[in-house]
Design a protein around this ligand. Structure first.
Ligand code: FER
Length: 292
């Protein structure tokens, strides 16, 4: 299903890229090889994504918030770690879905973010954080049926995220409210959003992750107009993509730019893997340990 989507949309987004020059999407680069030095792939341990007996578990709750930019009530899932304690303060990871998904994709389509996080907590491999999984399609009809036709709504999501969702989370959960305690990461379309919004709003997010980022990813020179600023303000720029994923050059072009400019940036090629949750679960597992 996803493969058909990708093939169909690749051609669509190429047209969009031409039409919108210089307004950025990476679609044009889909077939073009970008040479980069990958960072080492280190396998995740067996069982990192399997429910483990005898450990404490977090909870996932569906919240609703009023979106000013969209003008509707919107939903997000929120993972609270084991023994979430209102007397403590938590960092926040905003974790975004792909073009065929919604606020349930990570939970219901094989991402098991709650299990990955529970295991990381049990092993004391992560800082105290909650994980917010929003609906990244900022439209009145934000159902997953929107598919590729809803691509523009993904581009508008930063207004809703920064203007409405983040304030809601900060009002209703015991979390820090500064950029050094906020991270954004996502898969595919959500990976592109994370790179675009994370680097576009460095005053809001200090940690940025793109997993198999899609052609909505802006070109590096537009993502990073100010090299010194990103060196100073971004604390982590981290990407992974499957070695057999046709979208790999969306990430490679950013990695190549960063290497050329001396900007710290990690880019891991997951060997032989395609556009799927094997890569995205690995992304969450690794990225979560590096933030905050
Ligand atoms: C495209 C190919 C794939 C594209 C988006 C995707 C906007 C996203 C895939 C996903 O989120 O799974 O050309 O253009």
């Amino acid at each position: 299903m996803k493969k058909i989507y990708v093939a169909a949309l690749l051609s669509l987004s190429m047209m969009a890229a031409n039409a919108q020059e210089p307004n950025i999407p990476m679609g044009m680069f889909g077939g073009q090889n970008v040479d980069v030095k990958f960072d080492p792939y280190v396998e995740a341990p067996q069982g990192f994504d399997k429910e483990r007996a005898g450990i404490e578990r977090g909870t996932v709750q569906l919240i609703e918030y009023q979106s000013e930019s969209v003008g509707t009530t919107r939903k997000a899932n929120v993972y609270l770690p084991p023994k979430y304690d209102k007397k403590k303060k938590y960092s926040v990871l905003y974790l975004l879905h792909g073009i065929g998904g919604d606020e349930w994709e990570w939970m219901n389509d094989g991402g098991v973010p709650n299990i990955i996080m529970d295991n990381l907590y049990a092993d004391k491999k992560v800082k105290d954080m909650i994980v917010v999984m929003p609906n990244g399609r900022a439209a009145k009809n934000d159902s997953r049926a929107g598919g590729y036709g809803s691509a523009p709504a993904f581009g508008e999501f930063d207004k809703d995220l920064i203007g409405s969702l983040i304030p809601y989370i900060e009002k209703n959960f015991s979390v820090y409210t500064d950029k050094d305690h906020r991270a954004i990461a996502g898969l595919s379309m959500g990976g592109g959003q994370s790179l675009n919004f994370g680097l576009g709003h460095m005053d809001v997010f200090a940690y940025v992750g793109g997993f198999s980022s899609a052609p909505n990813t802006m070109r590096a020179a537009q993502l990073i107009p100010d090299v010194e600023k990103v060196k100073k303000e971004n604390k982590l720029l981290w990407m992974v993509c499957g070695g057999a994923d046709g979208l790999i050059n969306n990430s490679a072009q950013l990695k190549a730019f960063c290497d050329e400019k001396g900007i710290p940036c990690t880019f891991i090629k997951y060997p032989d893997e395609g556009h799927n949750f094997v890569v995205w679960k690995y992304g969450l597992y690794k990225f979560a340990q590096l933030i905050f």
